[in-house]
Design a protein around this ligand. Structure first.
Ligand SMILES: C[S@@+](CC[C@H](N)C(=O)[O-])C[C@H]1O[C@@H](n2cnc3c(N)ncnc32)[C@H](O)[C@@H]1O
Length: 454
């Protein structure tokens, strides 16, 4: 018997829903690009109290994230069509124009509907005098899109990436850079991790099909399923009861490779929101203790509620992993996972705001934190124990170079091979790349502490 999904309805049909959706998308995109808000914060803020249907909320999300993803391309088109630059206080209208251009360029909506609903947004925003400008620009683009698109002159406009990210990707991965850049601008697939402790993967797959959700098993993992189309988690059978979690396939490669056995004491040093904590507990329920450490109290709360949903238990600690004197009780760990804070350059398709919020200088800062975490946590590992270092980055500074420097500072480290049916085997560790084999970009390496005399 398949468990039911949990969908609550009660939404209103708003007569101007299509127009409101465009205005909401412009407001959300502006607060991500100009206001520095995260996508999830910005989108929930605009949707709050609006009473839009699930379908219209999906439209807001699609248009807002679309503008954030393609910002440099759309901005360039708009700037080339504008006769004079727009006043700072009309910036929201500029974002409304980008929402219009995004729909014309990337969505299958009849152009007249795009123009009408987007232009009407000027009134909702309270700037009706801008209607003629918005109308003129969108109609101009509709008539001459091929010619206008062909005139994009800068790398930023052609690839929709800030220059520094573009250049780093090209330099690090010359052969795969086209795939990586292209993937970063696409909508991500939605993949699931079945809680094998509770239900077999094939059985859960049948539940999805029974709920009219088309999906297929992922052959590279024991627990992965990829949905044909993303869906709200509430519509997944048994989600609230902990049968399944949302997790990219590359992230599902990590926990099974840490070689956890019954009785082990495990440290998950950068744990929230708990995707890998839960995976470790699902595949190794016999651990003596799993300590989930997290510096951000709000994120640790998310981890707690994820574990509660899945019926799993860990010792949750809010602390800075680098300050071991403040939280460590002196007992060594058999296994340590450091899923380090990083630029997120491997998961840009899931978090397109990374392209706007990350700066080249952040990379230096993050590398410092990563090496501090490695140095502080290595002494907590038992002799013969294993430590997995992970990032969701494709920048070598955070990955092979980081571990290369660590090896130069510590003598008792052995780099173990990590095999997997996907990813590139590097001199140190394994790397998956954005879009290659359909995966997110992850780096992971397994280190063993040599016993004295070895
Ligand atoms: C890449 S995320 C971890 C994702 C998580 N392992 C999962 O699979 O769901 C990195 C986490 O490390 C936390 N963090 C950053 N610096 C930290 C530190 N010094 N000590 C402990 N946690 C830290 C961040 O707040 C963030 O939640």
């Amino acid at each position: 018997m398949c468990p039911a999904a949990n969908i609550e309805s009660g939404e209103m049909i708003h007569p101007q829903a299509g127009v409101l959706a465009r205005v909401d998308a412009a407001r959300a995109a502006a607060s991500i690009v100009d206001g520095g808000k995260s996508s999830s914060q910005a989108i929930s803020a605009v949707l709050y109290g609006q009473g839009l249907s699930v379908r219209d909320q999906g439209m807001v999300k699609e248009m807002a994230l679309g503008v954030v993803r393609w910002y440099w391309t759309l901005e360039d088109i708009a700037n080339r069509m504008l006769k004079a630059s727009m006043r700072k206080k009309d910036r929201i209208i500029f974002f409304l124009i980008l929402v219009g251009l995004y729909q014309l360029k990337f969505m299958r909506i009849p152009p007249h509907a795009v123009v009408n609903a987007t232009v009407s947004g000027c009134e909702v925003i309270g700037k009706p005098w801008t209607k003629a400008l918005v109308n003129g620009m969108l109609r101009n683009y509709q008539r001459r899109s091929a010619e206008i698109d062909g005139q994009a002159a800068t790398v930023e406009a052609r690839t929709a990436h800030p220059r520094w990210i573009h250049d780093k990707i090209r330099a690090a991965w010359p052969e795969q850079s086209e795939t990586i850049l292209d993937t970063n601008n696409r909508r991500p697939p939605m993949s699931l991790r079945v809680n094998l402790h509770r239900i077999a993967r094939d059985q859960y797959l049948e539940c999805l099909w029974a709920a009219n959700l088309k999906a297929a098993v992922d052959v590279c993992t024991e627990s992965g399923i990829v949905l044909e189309k993303p869906t709200a988690v509430e519509s997944l059978p048994g989600f609230v009861d902990g049968l399944v979690s949302v997790q990219d396939i590359a992230a599902q490669l990590i926990a099974p490779r840490l070689d956890i056995h019954p009785g082990h004491r495990v440290l998950d040093a950068c744990a929230a929101p708990g995707g890998k904590t839960a995976h470790m507990l699902e595949i190794a329920p016999g651990v003596s203790e799993l300590v989930a450490l997290e510096a951000d109290p709000g994120r640790l709360e998310q981890l707690r509620s994820n574990l509660e949903r899945l019926g799993l238990a860990a010792t949750c600690v809010v602390a800075d992993g680098t300050c071991t004197d403040q939280w460590w009780d002196g007992r060594l760990f058999d296994r340590i996972l450091i899923d380090a804070p990083c630029t997120g350059s491997g998961v840009i398709r899931r978090h397109p705001d990374i392209k706007h919020h990350r700066r080249a200088t952040d990379l230096i800062q993050l590398c410092r934190i990563q090496s501090k975490l490695l140095d502080a946590l290595w002494p907590l590992l038992v002799s013969g124990g294993k430590l997995m270092y992970v990032t969701c980055s494709v920048f070598p500074e955070e990955n092979e170079s980081q571990i290369g420097d660590f090896l130069a500072r510590h003598s008792q480290v052995e780099v173990l091979p990590v095999s997997a049916p996907v990813g590139l085997d590097r001199t140190i560790g394994r790397q998956t790349l954005n879009g290659v084999d359909g995966l997110d970009g992850f780096f992971f390496t397994l280190l063993r502490k040599r016993e004295s005399g070895q």
